[in-house]
Design a protein. Structure first.
Length: 257
């Protein structure tokens, strides 16, 4: 009898492990599909994700190979590339109305800041996400339809470390210039009862990335702007003060459009 109970107990444990692995595999695939389907609808760019690995028992997970493409009209291959990121969430919250994510840590992403007189790629993606979180939409019959509520999130900590910004400015650089982006540290996102949506989280993070990248780009071209100022002054003297818009044109590269 004891042997039968022992065998039954071992069998139950094995079934539980298999079940947990099956649910985890399904969840990993669901997250991957969600990123690659919902993300492009919000950002209006292609988004690819290689792999997601999440433990239901510990709530720890990893994300590998996240690539965010560029909007139409920009020439660089992509806007953001993340080799790896770690996630820690509250396992029990997966079945609740609001998923509680303890931390998201992104390590050494590659960010491309491509700018021209028409604006830059990051601000365009941000504008796309902002427009997608506007709320109501109009259907084919012309009636306004409310957005369906999505899964709510809480993110206690979102950190981006060691990011590199590759700056490519139309007409000013033949090769991209690379600068380091100061660490980004966001806290207490969606801690209230209403939480935040995945689109709202994307908007907050992209806004910080765009702001930091634009500042880094402007700093990286500080010497260029000084040279342009001097060049404009000299041209203005030589041509009777008719040349006045060159520094303004360079400044426009870092503005949102």
């Amino acid at each position: 009898m004891k042997r039968i109970l022992l065998v039954a107990g071992i069998g139950l444990v094995v079934l539980l492990i298999i079940g947990a692995l099956a649910v985890s595999f399904f969840l990993d695939g669901a997250i991957k599909r969600g990123v690659e389907t919902i993300g492009p609808k919000c950002a209006k760019v292609d988004i690819q994700l290689d792999r997601v690995s999440l433990s239901l028992l510990s709530g720890a997970g990893n994300i590998k190979g996240l690539v965010v493409g560029n909007p139409e009209g920009f020439k660089t291959p992509h806007a953001i590339s993340v080799g790896s990121a770690s996630v820690a969430l509250k396992p029990g919250s997966l079945l609740a109305d609001k998923i509680v994510i303890r931390s998201i840590q992104v390590e050494a992403p590659e960010i491309t800041f491509e700018g021209g007189l028409g604006g830059n790629n990051l601000s365009k993606i941000l504008a796309n996400v902002q427009s997608s979180t506007g709320g109501a939409k109009t259907n084919a019959a012309g009636k306004v339809e409310a957005e369906k509520p999505g899964k709510k999130l809480e993110v206690d900590e979102f950190i981006i470390r060691g990011a590199k910004v590759h700056i490519s400015l139309t007409g000013l650089t033949s090769q991209p210039i690379t600068v380091l982006l100061p660490d980004i540290h966001l806290t207490d996102l969606g801690t209230g009862p209403e939480g935040i949506t995945s689109a709202e989280l994307m908007q907050r993070v992209l806004a910080e990335i765009e702001r930091g990248a634009a500042k880094a780009a402007a700093g990286g071209f500080g010497d260029l702007r000084k040279t342009a100022d001097e060049l404009t002054k000299n041209l203005g003297k030589n041509l009777g003060g008719s040349v006045t818009n060159l520094p303004q044109g360079i400044g426009d590269l870092f503005k949102k459009k």
